[in-house]
Write a protein that binds this ligand. Structure first.
Ligand SMILES: Nc1ncnc2c1ncn2[C@@H]1O[C@H](COP(=O)(O)OP(=O)(O)OP(=O)(O)O)[C@@H](O)[C@H]1O
Ligand SMILES: [Mg+2]
Length: 273
C-alpha cells in the first residue's frame, strides 16, 4: 500500500465565498453554540426551505471544510466509511466521505439521512457520542475524530413512513433545529435577492405560495417551497411572463392532479391575471 493513500486536499472542501443566507430566527447563534461543544445537529424541515443553504453558510462562517453526502437507500456503510479498491499495484484503501471528514475536521452533512438503511445509519453512532471515533472494521483501524469534526444531518419530517424513521438511539445523539418556510417579509427578501425581481413581484410570488401551502394535506403533499419561488423569480427576471413562469415552477412540478392544477392556476391568476 502506498504512503500517500489518504492525503486529501482540504482546500477543495472549503467554502470560500459567503453563501447568502437570511437568518429567520436565532438559528445562527444556536448552531454556533452547538458547534462550540461539537454537538451533532439535525436540521428538520420541508423541501426547499433553506436547510442546505444554512449548513453551507455555517461552514463558511465557522471557517470549516464542508463535506456533503446525499443519502439514499442503496447507500451502504462502505459508501460512507470507505473500501478497498483494486488497482495495478494491488489493493488500496479509499476513505469514504465520512472518514475523510473525521480525519480533516470537516463538517459532514448527511442530507436526507432517513433514506439510508438503518444498518448504514448506525456507523455514525460511535462518532456521535463521547467516543468521537470511527472504526474502519475492514481495514482494522480506529480513527479518533479531528477536534473540529461535526456531523450534521437533515431530514424532511413530512414524507417518511414509520419504516423509514430514524431509530431513537440515532435521533437521541443529536440536537435539533426546526426549519420551515420563512415568514413573509423574510421570504420576499430572499426571493428578490436570489432571483433579481423587484420586491413587488417577490411579494406576489410569496402570496401565491402562502395560498398553496394551505392545500398541504388537502391534495398537495408539500407546499410550494422557497426554492420554487426563487425559480419563478429567475424566469420572470429573464423576461418570461409571470403566468408562464409560475405555471412552470409552481404548478407543473407540484402535482399531476388536474383539479389541483386548476386550483393552483387560479391562485396564480389572482395575482398575475
Ligand atoms: N434563509 C434563506 N436565505 C437565503 N436563501 C434561502 C433561504 N431559505 C431558502 N433559500 C433559497 O431557497 C433555495 C433552497 O434552499 P435549500 O437548497 O437550502 O433547501 P433545503 O431545505 O436544503 O431543501 P431539500 O430538503 O430539498 O434539500 C436556496 O437555493 C435559496 O435560494
Ligand atoms: Mg438540501
Amino acid at each position: 500500500m502506498s504512503m500517500i493513500e489518504n492525503v486529501v486536499d482540504i482546500e477543495q472542501y472549503k467554502v470560500t465565498k459567503e453563501p447568502y443566507y437570511e437568518a429567520v430566527g436565532g438559528e445562527i447563534e444556536l448552531y454556533t453554540s452547538a458547534y462550540d461543544v461539537r454537538m451533532p445537529m439535525m436540521i428538520k424541515g420541508p423541501t426547499g426551505c433553506g436547510k442546505s443553504r444554512f449548513v453551507e453558510h455555517m461552514a463558511w462562517k465557522l471557517g470549516k471544510p464542508l463535506i456533503t453526502v446525499a443519502c439514499n437507500e442503496d447507500m451502504t456503510a462502505s459508501d460512507l466509511v470507505g473500501r478497498f479498491l483494486l488497482d495495478k499495484d494491488g489493493t488500496k484503501w479509499q476513505d469514504g466521505p465520512l472518514t475523510t471528514a473525521a480525519r480533516i475536521g470537516a463538517i459532514c452533512y448527511l442530507d436526507e439521512i432517513v433514506e439510508a438503511r438503518q444498518d448504514t445509519t448506525v456507523v455514525i453512532h460511535p462518532l456521535t457520542d463521547h467516543r468521537r471515533t470511527l472504526p474502519l472494521d475492514k481495514k482494522g483501524e480506529l480513527i479518533a475524530a479531528h477536534p473540529d469534526f461535526q456531523l450534521v444531518i437533515s431530514y424532511n419530517p413530512g414524507y417518511q413512513s414509520l419504516m423509514k424513521d430514524l431509530k431513537q438511539s440515532t435521533k437521541q445523539r443529536f440536537g435539533g433545529l426546526d426549519f420551515d418556510y420563512p415568514e413573509e417579509k423574510i421570504e420576499i427578501n430572499i426571493v428578490a435577492k436570489e432571483s433579481g425581481v423587484d420586491e413587488k413581484i417577490a411579494e406576489k410570488l410569496v402570496h401565491i405560495a402562502q395560498r398553496a401551502r394551505n392545500l398541504k394535506g388537502h391534495g398537495l403533499d408539500e407546499g410550494i417551497s422557497t426554492r420554487l419561488l426563487v425559480y419563478s423569480g429567475q424566469l420572470i427576471a429573464q423576461g418570461v411572463s409571470p403566468l408562464a413562469a409560475c405555471s412552470m415552477t409552481m404548478v407543473t412540478p407540484l402535482t399531476d392532479d388536474p383539479d389541483m392544477r386548476d386550483t393552483l392556476h387560479a391562485a396564480v391568476e389572482t395575482f398575475f391575471g
